[in-house]
Design a protein around this ligand. Structure first.
Ligand SMILES: Cc1cc2nc3c(=O)[nH]c(=O)nc-3n(C[C@H](O)[C@H](O)[C@H](O)COP(=O)(O)OP(=O)(O)OC[C@H]3O[C@@H](n4cnc5c(N)ncnc54)[C@H](O)[C@@H]3O)c2cc1C
Length: 477
């Protein structure tokens, strides 16, 4: 039924390229690939094509270009800005990279791993660990998200503080261009100043400029000493000061510094089994902190000393350091389960914003005040990567209030929160990207020259507009 809106013969040509198991056109099997995680853009896919090699991806894109059919690249479909699912026209094809899931090479001497786009992030981490190395990209969706999706969104996560975003972990890239040509930039070089660094164009471009098929990624030595703690703090201001002190005393060995206010912890304890409050009394907020060192010795003592001094300075109210890997895992799980607890608590207006770390306290103060003034009774669930200035500042309807009515004011809530962010020199989308969800903000806050340059990049790399059209760059640009 859906195939009827596609050019004649397209499905057969695609099937010839990817084989019978590489194409799904049964509507009931196609449907899950069209499910937008945030539920804001209901979609319908014409079919799902699942190439198993770069040559097959090139063949698929070549046919789509010839016939002018739009492709929506998809990895794990864990993206949070409605960029990886088709629109409602039923004419877009999902290009799933899931079958391209081979680790092609590990070069320990060069500190690199070459992985295909469909590799699940956790599998790449595991392959690196087997070679006694660390691939440091880490996020709560790592059991489902893929390297292609991570690089296309320039994913952040919980270790940006120490190792940077996904972009910082890429040395080489293999990309299928919008006309089906393969651009081979798959080099494992740390120094290569030979003109424009073309791979950067594709990183964070959310599938709108090319299809990433493989990447050479950086590995780092595995930490030999890991100190994980759960620290009670009075609020964001103390948290930021504590971060500075711990970075100073450890010489920059803080890897993770995540903020969890008390209401978020209470929500987690109420809605998800298997967690317990590490302290016997409640505190206003908590930090999940992790520090790592390449060699064993001293780090735990340095952290303990730093926390003791911070207690004396009134920055820390209580603290516990994990005594075993199991205890550390339990602390990590509390942080990782926060998004699921929030989901179970009901719909919320989401923000993924960042400000300079030094402006975090002012951001909390101003954003909370602005929300209270404009939406009396609205509840705030603001947690996340405070160590790199990134907060998931989500706003929930008033308890027992009109949830649907509140959610209908999604844009108004965005304007209030993002207004504070932009005044502080921040970003309205710190790590999730633009997709379709954040296009309104992009038009509102980017300058005309930025938008025109983005649109001209799109025209250059995808003149027929077949790669994820209408995502990132607004259709009218
Ligand atoms: C519980 C949870 C926690 C999360 N935590 C974080 C976090 O801490 N930090 C963070 O940054 N994100 C986070 N995310 C968002 C999400 O996991 C990331 O954006 C992730 O990088 C997406 O990977 P994916 O494989 O699922 O990509 P998808 O969702 O499938 O796609 C994302 C975008 O990339 C494009 N794309 C996918 N594969 C390719 C490819 N091979 N070539 C070209 N384009 C492609 C898609 O078209 C889409 O625009 C979280 C999500 C969830 C559900």
């Amino acid at each position: 039924m859906q195939a009827s809106v596609l050019p004649n013969g397209l499905i057969d040509r695609l099937r010839q390229i990817v084989g019978p198991s590489g194409l799904i056109d049964d509507p009931s099997l196609v449907a899950p690939f069209a499910e937008d995680r945030r539920g804001r853009f209901p979609g319908r896919a014409a079919c799902v094509v699942r190439p198993a090699s770069t040559a097959e991806v090139a063949g698929v894109v070549g046919v789509a270009a010839e016939l002018g059919v739009s492709l929506v690249p998809q990895g794990g479909n864990t993206g949070l800005v409605s960029g990886s699912t088709p629109d409602a026209s039923g004419r877009e094809i999902v290009l799933s990279l899931a079958r391209m899931n081979r680790v092609r090479a590990i070069d320990v001497g060069n500190g690199t791993i070459t992985a295909e786009a469909g590799c699940i992030l956790a599998e790449v981490q595991r392959a690196a660990a087997e070679a006694d190395r660390l691939f440091p990209l880490s996020l709560a969706a790592e059991g489902s998200c893929t390297i292609g999706g991570n690089l296309s969104t320039n994913a952040g996560g919980t270790q940006v503080l120490r190792y940077g975003n996904a972009r910082d972990l890429v040395l080489g890239l293999e990309v299928v261009l919008a006309d089906g040509q393969v651009l081979d930039l798959l080099r494992g070089l740390r120094k290569d100043n030979t003109g424009y660094d073309l791979k950067q164009v594709f990183l964070g471009s959310e599938g709108t400029l090319g299809i990433i098929t493989a990447a050479v990624l950086k590995l780092v030595p595995r930490p030999r000493e890991v100190v994980t703690g759960w620290v009670a703090v009075p609020g964001p201001s103390a948290a930021v000061e504590l971060l500075g002190r711990l970075q100073d005393s450890t010489g920059g060995q803080i890897t993770t510094f995540e903020y969890v206010p008390r209401p978020c912890l209470e929500q987690l304890l109420r809605l998800i089994d298997g967690h317990r409050d590490p302290f016997t009394e409640p505190f206003p907020a908590y930090i999940l902190v992790e520090a790592t060192a390449g060699a064993r010795g001293g780090l735990r003592a340095v952290i303990e000393h730093g926390l003791t001094q911070a207690v004396e300075a009134g920055l820390v109210l209580d603290a516990t350091l994990a005594a075993s890997e199991n205890q550390a895992r339990a602390l990590w799980r509390m942080r990782e389960d926060l998004p699921e607890a929030e989901k179970r608590a009901g719909a919320a207006v989401k923000h993924d914003v960042s400000v300079p770390v030094s402006s975090i306290p002012m951001f909390f103060e101003r954003a909370e005040r602005a929300v209270a003034a404009s939406f009396p009774g609205a509840r705030i669930s603001a947690f996340g990567h405070i160590g790199d200035g990134n907060i998931h500042f989500n706003v929930l309807p008033p308890a027992n209030g009109d949830a649907a009515g509140f959610l209908a004011r999604w844009n108004d809530v965005n304007d209030v929160v993002e207004g504070v962010v932009m005044d502080l020199g921040g970003s309205f989308s710190a790590e999730h990207g633009i997709g379709r969800l954040r296009q309104r903000s992009l038009l509102r806050y980017k300058t005309a020259i930025e938008i025109e340059l983005m649109a001209s990049l799109k025209r250059t790399f995808d003149p027929k507009g077949i790669l994820n059209p209408g995502r990132v760059v607004p259709p009218s640009s």
